[in-house]
Write a protein that binds this ligand. Structure first.
Ligand SMILES: [Zn+2]
Ligand SMILES: [Zn+2]
Ligand SMILES: [Zn+2]
Length: 276
């Protein structure tokens, strides 16, 4: 399984628009991996997770063509993950594909429906198929086994995901604060081994977060300890920190040593990992 992190920032990006904070000024000056765009991930070039306004820029930057990607999975409907307006361009008068093109399958909680069903061309697009997933029920999404876990986040029905290709399994914790009890129980009771965990590190290296809808590094370390105790992860599991915000400490790529010294990988835009 190959995982490519196309965008690794929270909603404002780093540097953020309209911002003069220290993190943003440092990122502007340093450039390179210190620049983070809005959140999107691609698995094996064929399962796309989330579709922010920066999706078009990611298509250009990484040499992608969304006409070649059939499966789209959404975590939740905040705008840094869900920008449905661009799906209008799937309409066959606006995006041109061969007559035997398979179309597109879009998955998420019921929250994804209103924005996609109200697109200007949605009534004319039988090749844009919407599928709702139920929490804790594993579904086949483009050949991957995908299990939604309820997240603790500021939208009606946000999901984190367990995603497996039958050989490798990842735990994708975006976006969420401290997990709801039902999700933590599901993880502990089902005892799966994860080859990679991508953690919501919006709080950066804070020891404590005042808001509940994201995690900080201290909380992440506690989850890692628990997951290790329960044998959900081991020393071979890749621990990725992701979804950084300029409002938190140690969130620029130049700060990565803070995390790497403790065995974590700090994601950056374009990072590709292969799980063998
Ligand atoms: Zn987000
Ligand atoms: Zn800033
Ligand atoms: Zn969010």
């Amino acid at each position: 399984m190959k995982i490519r992190f196309l965008g690794t920032a929270a909603a404002e990006g780093i540097p953020a628009m309209f911002c003069h904070c220290d993190n943003c000024e440092r990122a502007r000056k340093a450039g390179g991996r210190n620049i983070r765009t809005r959140f999107q991930t691609l698995i094996d070039g064929k399962l796309n997770i989330d579709f922010p306004a920066d999706a078009y820029m990611h298509e250009l930057a990484y040499g992608l063509n969304y006409a070649d990607i059939r499966y789209y999975l959404f975590t939740h409907v905040h705008e840094d993950h869900y920008y449905p307006l661009d799906f209008n361009y799937i309409y066959h008068g606006l995006g041109h594909v061969a007559p035997d093109h398979p179309g597109y399958d879009v998955y998420g909680s019921e929250d994804i429906l209103p924005g996609l069903q109200s697109l200007e061309h949605s009534g004319d697009m039988d090749y844009l198929r919407l599928h709702t997933l139920r929490p804790y029920e594993t579904a086949d999404v483009g050949g991957y086994q995908v299990t939604p876990l309820r997240s603790n986040h500021g939208t009606p029905n946000p999901y984190s995901y367990i995603i497996s290709d039958g050989s490798r399994t990842i735990l994708y914790l975006h976006d969420t604060g401290i997990l709801p009890e039902a999700s933590l129980s599901y993880l502990l009771d089902h005892g799966r081994h994860f080859d990679l965990v991508s953690y919501d590190c919006t709080g950066g290296n804070y020891e404590h977060l005042d808001y509940t809808s994201h995690l900080c590094f201290r909380e992440i370390r506690e989850y890692t300890q628990l997951f290790k105790e329960k044998a959900l992860i081991d020393d071979h599991t890749v621990l990725v920190l992701n979804h950084f915000s300029h409002n938190s400490p140690d969130v620029n790529y130049d700060d990565r040593k803070v995390y790497e010294d403790l065995g974590y990988l700090m994601a950056y835009d374009g990072l590709e990992l292969e799980l063998r």
